[in-house]
Design a protein around this ligand. Structure first.
Ligand SMILES: CC(=O)N[C@H]1[C@@H](OP(=O)(O)OP(=O)(O)OC[C@H]2O[C@@H](n3ccc(=O)[nH]c3=O)[C@H](O)[C@@H]2O)O[C@H](CO)[C@@H](O)[C@@H]1O
Ligand SMILES: C=C(OP(=O)(O)O)C(=O)O
Length: 432
């Protein structure tokens, strides 16, 4: 099993460039299945485990896919007759595989996808995705661990109100509606930048989507979509993670390619803590010196504070002065990393959906295990500030969402390496 070993105490300095966004590329690649003519060329595709998984899903559905990680480009041709079934082996590896359901239903009139179930951050139902498909005339059935959606002819445009602005439901419904007969409106839609990226791609394919990025999206269905060239937006969570890395080490780092407008809540909260952030043409510059002030944060759908930055901010707040409260409102159980922080001498209490940090913890290096993707990054960040050596295990989580994380940190001056630890008895489990 591989392990990241980090020795705390180095101030990070220099420049680092963020990749294309994982959470934008997955719905876009699933959306490529909508094209029954021509091929799509997707650029800035990050070299991540999740990208290989979605590539396998697309191939299993009979799309032709060519990925060149060296130039971050993927070419997808989905003009052949597509299969309609996304199997368990892919969905168990990556929940976002569910995003092929809308495109398949729209293209084939039928989709059968293994039920995703819960994961390390809590129960993650798909009722809002299905409610949208049903409103568009699909019949939903369950059996043998699969969910099936069937439509009699083309889907019909419909007015859909989401009970919660779910990112995945908005994306799946938007994709399905792109080929429906008539107009679909999604109300209380998710407003994340990744939704806008998907809508732009669908429009580049010949679709008619307006309002993405607001809470009402209007999609006028068209009969056919064609492949298109599209550039994926920069990863705001990777950018945010490096912003915290700079702050937690009292460093001075320029994060190239970061888009400040996608990170207003994070920039504002880091500012409240006393971190200096400068918006540049090329990205953002982050500088910090201690003491940093602790603050209260509540995760919310965009433009609120992103849940995908919750654990990284916890690392930083653990090192700040005063009491801080972090409340998670998006996922029901995204605090598995708290036990791992405790191994590092963190003084934290969980009360319901909040984590309370009393005063600054004197973080100490320890052997810890990543419990999910962002927790993996957060533990490494804590290791950068801890006294002594931290060893982070279960790195398959990290590889889902960060390209060369340890190499990028090392290039900024971190004392960090990734090694194969043959002594470890912990068995690597690939389910997320
Ligand atoms: C690949 C991808 O883009 N993943 C992101 C996406 O996940 P994902 O699309 O799964 O997140 P959602 O916005 O759908 O989920 C948010 C909340 O809504 C609930 N829910 C969702 C759908 C549904 O039908 N019913 C329901 O109850 C979920 O259980 C969760 O509590 O948005 C999350 C919230 O910003 C991010 O943390 C993930 O990184
Ligand atoms: C939770 C995340 O991703 P996913 O929805 O793919 O599990 C994440 O990116 O932090």
């Amino acid at each position: 099993m591989e392990q990241i070993i980090v020795k705390g105490g180095q101030k990070l300095k220099g420049k680092v460039r963020v990749e294309g966004a994982k959470n934008a590329v997955l719905p876009v690649l699933a959306g490529a299945l909508l094209a029954s003519k021509g091929h799509s060329i997707i650029k800035e595709v990050p070299n991540l485990a999740d990208v290989y998984t979605i590539q396998e899903v697309l191939k299993s559905l009979n799309a032709a896919v060519q990925y060149s990680p060296d130039n971050n480009q993927m070419i997808i041709d989905s003009t052949a007759e597509l299969s309609s079934e996304a199997q368990f082996e892919y969905v168990r590896k990556m929940r976002a595989s569910i995003l092929v359901m809308g495109p398949l239903l729209a293209r084939n009139g039928f989709a059968r996808v293994s039920l995703p179930g819960g994961c390390a951050i809590g129960s993650r139902p798909i009722d809002q995705h299905l409610k949208g498909f049903e409103a568009m005339g699909a019949k939903i059935t369950f059996g043998n661990g699969f969910v099936e959606a069937t439509s009699n002819g083309r889907l019909r445009g419909a007015k859909i109100y989401l009970d919660f602005p779910s990112v995945g439901a908005t994306e799946n419904i938007l994709s399905a509606a792109a080929l429906a007969d008539g107009v679909t409106t999604i109300e209380n839609a998710a407003k994340e930048p990744e939704i806008v990226d998907l809508a732009n791609y669908v429009n580049e394919m010949g679709g008619r989507v307006i309002g993405a990025g607001t809470d009402t999206i209007r999609i006028e269905g068209v009969k056919e979509l064609h492949g298109a060239e599209h550039v994926i937006i920069p990863d705001r969570v990777e950018a945010g993670t490096f912003m915290v890395a700079a702050a937690i080490t009292e460093g001075d780092v320029i994060i190239e390619n970061a888009v400040p407008e996608h990170m207003t809540a994070l920039i504002s909260k880091l500012g409240e803590m006393g971190v200096d952030i400068q918006e540049l043409d090329e990205g953002v510059r982050v500088r910090a010196s201690r003491p940093l002030r602790s603050i209260d944060i509540k995760t919310m759908p965009h433009p609120g504070f992103p849940t995908d930055m919750q654990s990284q901010m916890m690392s930083l707040m653990l090192t700040a002065k005063g009491n801080g409260i972090l409340t998670e409102t998006v996922f029901e159980n995204r605090f598995m990393h708290v036990e791992e922080f405790r191994r590092m001498n963190a003084s934290v209490k969980i009360e319901g959906r909040s984590v309370i940090m009393e005063g600054s913890s004197n973080l100490q290096g320890a052997e810890v295990a990543a419990t999910d993707l962002r927790a993996a990054a957060a533990l490494i960040l804590a290791g950068l500030a801890a006294e002594g050596v931290t060893r982070v295990n279960e790195l398959y989580h990290l590889d889902r969402g960060y390209v060369d994380f340890h190499l990028k940190l090392a290039s900024l001056g971190a004392d960090i390496e990734r090694v194969i630890n043959e002594e470890s008895e912990v068995k690597e489990e690939q389910t997320v």
